[in-house]
Design a binder for this molecule. Structure first.
Ligand SMILES: *Cc1c(COP(=O)(O)O)cnc(C)c1O
Length: 411
């Protein structure tokens, strides 16, 4: 008899975005003449920039000729040409020393955030901010670290939830129970929050003191506009002893359909056996990768490399600026309409407070029915997201402007 992994049965029924998709499809079938504007799911709309397209095409041509054909690449990390660019442009230029060998290129930060759990014990206590990108929670449910779901509170018994709400300025405080694994997403999806270096230093020191690990998701690093905001956790002294960093080309360079990301696992990171012996986390991850992964395709690695070229940088920055102008318009438009709005400065997300007395799903339904605009109910990101709502700046300019006008005039 084939036994299943029963942890999967603890997963909550439907993934946030499939519920939204169902509601939208239902509304559209009943109102076929209505033009729905989607500012819900965090996907980009601008096409891949020309410098990247050119590099990718060239790489495909190379694969078609015997002299330049390449088969399996280095599975553990990636080609030198890419890891050297990443080390230089994303780290060295910011005064941070990350070795090219500490960079593991993959087909997505989502997979990396999930897969990293393979190398950690299932009895680790996990802390997530609340609200949060749902992947950290669900992958820990699958692994068995979250324990049972409690419907009354909408939480899992073994998870630590660190509320981030307007009351604490979206800055979570250290939990009462000490965690072993701490997920931080900065700039934050969904709230748009960032931490200062001093605040982040407190987390690094906390992790060090408790021999915990920080899993730092910096998928929105490219959207940071304020000088004082750290771009990588390794800007913080001591972080190379306690933190793994996830980055992605998805939002930075529109790679959501091309697929490329990377994870930095410093060689100085240590984990522990039950009896307290030190083990290199780097070695475990390297081994896991070599066994379960055969690397990112060569054309995609060349495409990612082109992001760091002079033209590539210029072109992706134009797109980022385009999205951040959308963010500013949404933010100002909603403020003018009387909403309380957060985020939108260092992240392409606007986090708004729903009108008093409404739940975030009620606001979702109202916005869909009255303005035909789709956003994401805050509660979908965790219980403390109740009463909030997320809009993304990834739409086209035209749709974004129209969505704001509709919200102002109809809702
Ligand atoms: C979009 C996103 C990612 C990127 O995932 P990919 O798999 O690289 O596309 C990672 N983390 C967060 C918080 C995100 O919102």
């Amino acid at each position: 008899m084939i036994k299943i992994n029963e942890n999967f049965l603890e997963l909550q029924e439907s993934y946030l975005f499939s519920t939204i998709a169902k509601k939208v499809a239902d509304f559209q079938s009943k109102n076929p003449d209505k033009k729905i504007i989607k500012l819900g799911i965090g996907d980009v709309t601008r096409p891949i920039v020309p410098a990247v397209v050119k590099a990718m095409k060239k790489a495909v041509e190379e694969q078609g000729k015997a002299e330049t054909f390449r088969g399996y690449g280095p599975a553990e990390q990636c080609y030198d040409f890419l890891k050297e660019k990443i080390a230089k442009f994303d780290y060295k230029k910011r005064g941070v020393e990350v070795l090219p060998d500490e960079i593991f290129v993959s087909d997505g930060a989502k997979c990396d955030c999930g897969n990293i759990g393979d190398i950690f014990g299932v009895d680790n206590v996990v802390a997530i901010t609340d609200p949060v990108y749902p992947v950290y929670l669900d992958t820990n449910v699958m692994a068995g670290r979250a324990g049972k779901y409690k419907a009354e509170t909408g939480t899992y018994e073994n998870m630590i939830y660190m509320p981030a709400t307007a009351e604490n300025g979206f800055v979570p405080s250290f939990p009462e129970k000490v965690p072993d694994m701490i997920y931080l997403c900065l700039p934050n999806n969904p709230t748009g929050t960032t931490l200062t270096k001093a605040q982040l230093k407190m987390w690094v020191d906390y992790a060090k003191k408790n021999k915990a690990i920080i899993l730092f998701d910096a998928a929105y690093e490219a959207f940071i506009s304020e000088e004082s905001v750290p771009h990588t956790i390794y800007e913080i002294e001591g972080a190379k002893e306690v933190a793994i960093e996830f980055r992605s080309f998805s939002k930075t360079a529109g790679f959501t359909g091309i697929r490329c990301a990377y994870t930095v696992v410093p060689k100085t990171l240590k984990g522990y056996t039950k009896s307290g012996e030190e083990v290199s986390i780097y070695n475990l991850w390297n081994r896991r990768r070599a066994t379960k992964f055969n690397g990112v395709s060569y054309p995609v690695q060349r495409a990612a490399e082109a992001v760091y070229s002079e033209e590539g940088q210029k072109q992706i920055k134009e797109n980022i600026q385009y999205y951040m102008e959308n963010a500013k318009m949404i933010k100002e438009g909603l403020q003018a309409a009387g909403y309380t709005v957060f985020g939108g400065v260092n992240a392409p997300y606007i986090w708004l407070k729903v009108p008093d007395g409404m739940t975030s799903w009620e606001f979702f339904d109202k916005l869909l029915a009255e303005a035909n605009v789709v956003g994401t109910p805050g509660v979908g990101f965790g219980p403390s997201g109740e009463g909030y709502f997320r809009l993304t700046a990834f739409g086209t300019r035209e749709n974004t402007l129209e969505a704001i006008e509709r919200i102002k005039n109809r809702v």
